[in-house]
Design a protein around this ligand. Structure first.
Ligand SMILES: *[C@@H]1O[C@H](CO)[C@@H](O)[C@H](O)[C@H]1NC(C)=O
Ligand SMILES: *[C@@H]1O[C@H](CO)[C@@H](O)[C@H](O)[C@H]1NC(C)=O
Ligand SMILES: *[C@@H]1O[C@H](CO)[C@@H](O)[C@H](O)[C@H]1NC(C)=O
Ligand SMILES: *[C@@H]1O[C@H](CO)[C@@H](O)[C@H](O)[C@H]1NC(C)=O
Ligand SMILES: *[C@@H]1O[C@H](CO)[C@@H](O)[C@H](O)[C@H]1NC(C)=O
Ligand SMILES: *[C@@H]1O[C@H](CO)[C@@H](O)[C@H](O)[C@H]1NC(C)=O
Ligand SMILES: *[C@@H]1O[C@H](CO)[C@@H](O)[C@H](O)[C@H]1NC(C)=O
Ligand SMILES: *[C@@H]1O[C@H](CO)[C@@H](O)[C@H](O)[C@H]1NC(C)=O
Ligand SMILES: *[C@@H]1O[C@H](CO)[C@@H](O)[C@H](O)[C@H]1NC(C)=O
Length: 451
């Protein structure tokens, strides 16, 4: 197949069959090599380049071993370290994100390898468990250590006793030491992708919409997805849009599918959603001007502007003291299907998943009901975040009115009893039809003909 959008479209108009055969063959081919590639890729992502080089050239004189997963259990299995960040906003503070048992973890120590000392310097950590734990025994905590004076440690280790041999501990690279420059205006942080996630078409459309709206990067904390979804994630990883962080939390903790504790012996809510959101925020604190915190079935759609850039420029100008912008969530129910009579979408038929362009009816707000919001934040203004609001921050928040934008949340209905006439027609997503269809087609063409 000639790698050109035009050729593919002509091909599709005449006869869809060869395309599907080609697609199926390709999928089969990828299935055989994908697991290995994806594994290598994840490892490569997981081990940042500098870390590899540093360890290769000059192993830290007093450091311990490197983590072998995104989540590292400490020996007593009550504390799980995710990653360590220099917090330049608060003096010499190292903020380590970890999941802890809220009653049983009272004492932790940081081990710093300072300069050329062979012995680590130990300081006692403060433990700040995030307020939103939703009743589960385990929750995200900020493990906060003050870096010793004149110390510029590249790694930090954590233990509940102050007298361990640092070689026997795991050393975490301290990220965000050098703020550097923005490489993105907008980075989207999804909470965990889990449960054989296989809504491939909607995912591709969503990523392409984010790019049209102004995103350069999308972070995926991957617990589990279908084979085809893995291939799509690999495509976008190679393109540079997606960064996959392996997130196998159930190796260590009993996860709940609920956000709130059902008193059923589970240990942490919703696959550790709050941990991934906060980790994503800190990972992108200095590389991204804004961070967008929403799920993979949600798109913040502006009404007054065409892109997030122009919308945020205007919102920031109007609200100079605001760093957290909250957008109303509105349900576009997958039960109300509309056909937009769009051309050039025949290649989508072979792709599993929902087609965003078919859902233009949203449910009205329910009175006396919590209508959720999602956020675009200046990450440097946030200390701790929850799902629908931040918990600790340096700047104000603002609820953005519906006239400006909404969160287009395409999913099953929350009010299934409502007749179609009671739904609100909202064709905003259709106004992006031209570029969306073209970009999705271009992606599918490259994805399928990829050597
Ligand atoms: C369909 O796509 C082709 C190639 O991208 C383009 O030339 C053509 O104008 C499109 N048709 C419509 C109706 O948008
Ligand atoms: C990481 O290393 C520890 C100790 O060496 C081992 O028990 C554990 O299974 C490893 N985890 C993974 C994900 O490889
Ligand atoms: C490092 O620790 C060892 C054993 O705890 C001790 O004997 C040695 O003096 C220490 N070295 C320095 C430079 O503090
Ligand atoms: C540290 O590891 C060594 C082997 O590498 C072991 O002999 C020693 O007992 C360990 N020390 C502690 C305090 O666990
Ligand atoms: C961010 O936005 C500015 C202005 O809107 C633009 O000039 C710049 O290229 C964007 N940065 C990236 C990384 O795309
Ligand atoms: C996802 O879970 C299914 C069922 O448990 C399993 O077969 C599949 O290998 C998992 N995929 C990944 C990427 O972990
Ligand atoms: C995962 O989803 C795909 C696509 O829907 C399906 O073909 C496959 O059987 C599912 N796998 C598991 C382990 O549920
Ligand atoms: C769909 O579009 C075609 C041309 O693109 C037009 O001829 C036809 O009337 C349209 N159908 C509907 C139901 O709008
Ligand atoms: C598709 O987008 C164009 C502008 O990009 C707009 O004129 C047209 O009305 C849109 N189509 C639909 C069905 O909304």
């Amino acid at each position: 197949m000639v790698p050109s959008v035009l050729t593919m479209d002509k091909h599709n108009y005449k006869n869809q069959a060869p395309y599907i055969v080609c697609y199926a063959k390709k999928i089969h081919f990828f299935r055989s090599i994908f697991i290995v590639t994806f594994f290598l890729l994840s490892i490569n992502y997981y081990w940042p380049r500098r870390y590899q080089l540093t360890r290769f050239r000059s192993p830290p004189i007093c450091g311990g071993r490197a983590p072998n997963d995104t989540i590292t259990p400490l020996k007593n299995q009550r504390t799980f370290i995710i990653s360590a960040y220099k917090d330049n906003r608060e003096g010499n503070i190292i903020r380590i994100l970890g999941i802890v048992h809220h009653q049983e973890v009272k004492e932790l120590y940081c081990y710093f390898c300072c300069n050329s000392n062979t012995n680590a310097t130990t300081t006692r950590a403060g433990i700040d468990i995030h307020q939103d734990r939703f009743g589960f025994p385990y929750g995200l905590a900020d493990i906060i250590c003050t870096e010793p004076p004149d110390c510029r440690a590249e790694f930090v280790s954590v233990h509940w006793s102050p007298s361990e041999v640092v070689h026997n501990l795991t050393s975490f690279r301290i990220r965000n030491r050098d703020p550097g420059q923005f490489t993105a205006n907008f980075t989207v942080c999804f909470s965990t992708m889990f449960g054989n996630y296989s809504n491939v078409l909607q995912f591709i459309q969503t990523i392409e919409m984010y790019k049209i709206l102004g995103a350069q990067k999308v972070m995926v904390y991957l617990n589990n997805c279908s084979q085809q979804m893995e291939e799509v994630l690999q495509y976008y990883t190679e393109e540079g849009t997606v960064e996959v962080i392996p997130w196998h939390i159930q190796r260590y903790l009993k996860v709940s599918h609920n956000w709130q504790y059902p008193n059923d012996g589970t240990e942490i809510g919703y696959y550790g959603q709050l941990s991934t959101l906060n980790d994503c925020l800190y990972r992108n604190m200095y590389s991204s001007k804004f961070v967008v915190l929403n799920d993979q079935d949600e798109i913040i759609l502006p009404f007054k502007h065409r892109t997030w850039d122009s919308m945020m420029e205007s919102l920031q100008w109007e609200n100079p003291n605001v760093g957290i912008f909250l957008f109303e969530n509105h349900i576009f129910a997958k039960t109300a299907v509309s056909n937009g009579n769009f051309t050039n979408t025949s290649s989508w038929n072979g792709v599993p998943g929902s087609n965003l362009l078919q859902y233009i009816h949203r449910e009205p707000d329910r009175p006396n009901y919590f209508n959720a919001r999602k956020m675009i934040v200046d990450p440097r203004a946030v200390i701790q975040t929850s799902v629908h609001s931040t918990l600790k921050q340096y700047k104000n928040f603002k609820n953005i009115p519906l006239e400006t934008a909404l969160v287009h949340h395409c999913r099953g209905p929350l009010q299934p009893q409502l007749p179609r006439a009671a739904l609100i027609e909202d064709k905003t997503i259709w106004s992006y039809n031209g570029s969306l269809i073209q970009n999705v087609n271009r992606m599918l063409e490259k994805f399928i003909t990829k050597p």
